[in-house]
Ligand binder design. Structure first.
Ligand SMILES: Cc1cc2nc3c(=O)[nH]c(=O)nc-3n(C[C@H](O)[C@H](O)[C@H](O)COP(=O)(O)OP(=O)(O)OC[C@H]3O[C@@H](n4cnc5c(N)ncnc54)[C@H](O)[C@@H]3O)c2cc1C
Length: 401
């Protein structure tokens, strides 16, 4: 029997998790082609630590990762999908047939406030370094970290605020007003009440002012306008990008250009087409959730290819490691827990490997390549603390192509 042809569009978290999971579950029942316009995989979570010399974004060679999963890397970008003939069109003019297609090409990032410093848009590192110098030199005495509506993942701005406060304390700089502005009703409320309270306590302990229920609508001449109401006089504003979907011919789009999916990652109206990650209408744009949906998608394709695999719907569990400048905090909530909300915050790892992007297959795979991030040491007696050990770090060796 010939192998089922699976095309994965993307070279990020969702694409790689889908590829690794599929190879593990379907073994040699599938042929995998990975289409990515970039040659490297960007592991971004430690970008927040760069201005403080505490970590850096890492890049991994995509061709090597694809080869480890016995997949083929096609350096190109998807420009259109023809669902009727099961074919993708690419920027180079070439096209590829598929039996299953996984859309995992992420989202676009846009700066929301022209005069503010937007994390993660080109040039942000230099601007953040200049901001720190200005604060250390006493030229800037107030900074607001303002979360816009539509950023998809607010945690990095909490990290920037906490890391800034810890850095200034370390440099002996006093009397600087730092504040956090968020449309959320409580800090990092998406992690549930217990975790949110723990983060609130941490912000208060660091003396960070907190403005909830407000988002920045404009910043001009040192005045930050808030919506639905209010103004703040503040010398500098740091914000996050808004994210938007990439509209591709032949794919349905929902609000802001994101691709609608059901709880199995299926794209409605297109047989054999799935999507996972930031490209989808899943409202939280986070690597761990991207990986979880990618696993659901991979399990269906593996089953359709003939593997004995159980398919469960997407039941998101949110895991976030918050960098604080001291010990990181591990935050977790289970969205499927319903009324019995399961919200946790801890100073020890709640999952393993204790990585910032908790992908079942990707996290242990990256850990075998090199240390992607400064991971806290493994607990000596794992059984004594509630670590969720849910990954299988065995290397993929069963298939050679
Ligand atoms: C600075 C920063 C820090 C973050 N920190 C964390 C964290 O600590 N923990 C966490 O879980 N999440 C974190 N996130 C969010 C996380 O990175 C994203 O949610 C995750 O990367 C989404 O995965 P994805 O595969 O959907 O998209 P991406 O990882 O963005 O990958 C998209 C891929 O698609 C490719 N592509 C683009 N266009 C095309 C095309 N036309 N055809 C084919 N391929 C295409 C791109 O080159 C890229 O390889 C962070 C995000 C940022 C920006």
């Amino acid at each position: 029997m010939s192998a089922r042809r699976v095309v994965i569009a993307g070279g990020g978290v969702a694409a790689l998790e889908a590829m690794l999971a599929l190879r593990r579950m379907a073994e040699d029942r599938v042929e995998i082609l990975l289409i990515s316009p970039e040659r490297s995989f960007a592991y971004r979570p430690l970008a927040v630590a760069e201005p403080f010399d505490l970590g850096a974004e890492r890049r991994f060679d995509l061709a090597e990762i694809a080869a480890d999963a016995a997949a083929e890397l096609v350096e190109d970008g998807v420009t259109a999908v023809d669902g009727a003939s099961r074919r993708v069109q690419m920027a180079s003019g070439a096209s590829l047939d598929y039996e299953d297609l996984v859309i995992a090409f992420g989202a676009r990032h846009r700066a929301p406030l022209p005069e503010a410093l937007t994390f993660w848009v080109p040039g942000w590192r230099d601007r953040m370094a200049d901001l720190l110098k200005d604060v250390e030199g006493g030229w800037v005495r107030s900074v607001a970290f303002a979360i816009p509506v539509g950023c998809g993942w607010p945690l990095p701005l909490y990290e920037l605020a906490l890391l800034t406060s810890s850095h200034l304390e370390g440099e002996g700089v006093e009397g600087v007003e730092l504040m956090l502005v968020t449309p959320e009703a409580a800090p990092l409320e998406l992690f549930g009440s217990r975790a949110s309270e723990a983060v609130g306590e941490l912000l208060a302990h660091r003396g960070l002012g907190l403005f909830t229920g407000s988002y920045p609508s404009a910043y001009r001449g040192g005045e930050l306008s808030l919506s639905p109401a209010g103004r703040l006089r503040v010398e500098r504003v740091v914000t996050l990008p808004r994210i938007e979907g990439r509209e591709i011919k032949g794919l349905p789009t929902g609000m802001h250009g994101f691709i609608p999916v059901d709880e199995y990652g299926r794209v409605p109206g297109l047989e054999g087409v799935y999507a996972a990650g930031d490209a989808t209408t899943v409202p939280i744009k986070q690597g761990g959730l991207a990986a979880q949906l990618a696993d659901v998608v991979a399990s269906q394709i593996a089953r359709d290819a003939g593997a004995a695999v159980e398919v469960e719907p997407f039941r998101p569990v949110l895991r976030g490691m918050l960098l604080t400048g001291e010990r990181p905090r591990f935050l977790r909530t289970d969205f499927g827990a319903g009324a019995a909300e399961e919200s946790m915050a801890a100073e020890h790892a709640l999952w393993w490997p204790a990585s910032k992007i908790a992908g079942r297959h990707l996290a242990p795979y990256l850990a075998t390549l090199t240390s992607a991030e400064p991971v806290p040491a493994a607990p000596a007696e794992r059984a004594s603390i509630p670590v969720e050990i849910e990954v299988d770090a065995a290397p993929i060796t069963s298939v050679s192509r």
